[in-house]
Design a protein around this ligand. Sequence first.
Ligand SMILES: Nc1ncnc2c1ncn2[C@@H]1O[C@H](COP(=O)(O)OP(=O)(O)OP(=O)(O)O)[C@@H](O)[C@H]1O
Ligand SMILES: [Mg+2]
Length: 351
Amino acid sequence: MPGFECFDMLATMVALVDPEGHCLQANSALENILAVSRRTLRRGSVLDWLVDPTQMRETLALVASNQVSTSRFDALMRRLPLGTGELPVHVIVNQTEWPDRVLVEMLEIEQQTRLDREERTLGLAQANKELVRNLAHEIKNPLGGIRGAAQLLAMEIDSKELMEYTGVIIHEADRLQALVDRLLAPHRRAQMVGDVNIHEVCERVRSLILAEYPRGLDVERDYDTSIPEFRGDREQLIQAVLNIVHNATQALAERIGAGDARLQLRTRVGRQVTFGRRRFRLALELHIEDNGPGVPEAIRDRIFHPLVSGREGGSGLGLTLAQTFVQQHHGTIECDSAPGRTVFKILIPLP
Ligand SMILES: Nc1ncnc2c1ncn2[C@@H]1O[C@H](COP(=O)(O)OP(=O)(O)OP(=O)(O)O)[C@@H](O)[C@H]1O
Ligand SMILES: [Mg+2]
């Protein structure tokens, strides 16, 4: 069928079938997801790919006989080779301009919900960032005044007891100032772009962490040395990785004491990776995995939001900053956490 090749560029699965469901054409997403060659797919039927083909059979008949022009339903797809699990998909069956040819489109539901979630997160993160930035500015100005006034007051009074109060005001103002500075930090310094070798970034973080925890923590590395250098800000990426690794070491405190804490830095090249609604041919994947207790359930959806913290004394900014830095490289950070295994994944598109 001329022109069918253009479906190869889609991330959704597409097949052209006849009214009985025999497959005439399949696109590369279908080939990849079912892990079967196009030639094999073309010998089969779309009905064989579904756990329960009843609805597909009925829909094909309706569409082919022009009773409806298009129809949608959810179904379970069999993963081939058979027996390797089932895949929930959203199916769209459409008429075509060719007689007796029906177009079947299948969308991974997981992928769809993931895309929706990513979109929501992105929008929320943007709104949050603006709010925090404005708030930080609003706090910053009067804070200088409060601190100055407390200093003047301290010079006027001789009572030691009262001096203690002014001391508290100055100390707390400084603490708040430091917090505000961190909130505004990613917007203060311009990006310094150069060639970045991700393994240099990892090694730097590794040595800093080993200096801090010389005992009880095993920092493994598993690098794919074929990863090319890319344009980016090395210092920003070191800071991002360091923030993630710091969280891991804090979560691992007990295990570090017991001597069986494990942290792994793993790099890979991902092919045809989708994030932020875009598909990238090549992407760098840096996985930071720890064997700690996992991210507390209650904050799992919100850890990248500013001021969300699950630990005593945490300011909840580490991951917000890390996410901002990685986003400035057109990438994203994802988290997958369960007790005993937490993975933070940094994804950055490669040229
Ligand atoms: N590897 C991890 N294991 C378990 N919990 C984690 C892990 N990484 C992050 N968290 C949870 O996510 C929360 C948010 O992390 P984030 O770095 O943004 O803030 P923080 O560490 O609390 O404070 P800050 O980094 O600003 O000092 C942490 O408080 C912790 O509860
Ligand atoms: Mg942190």
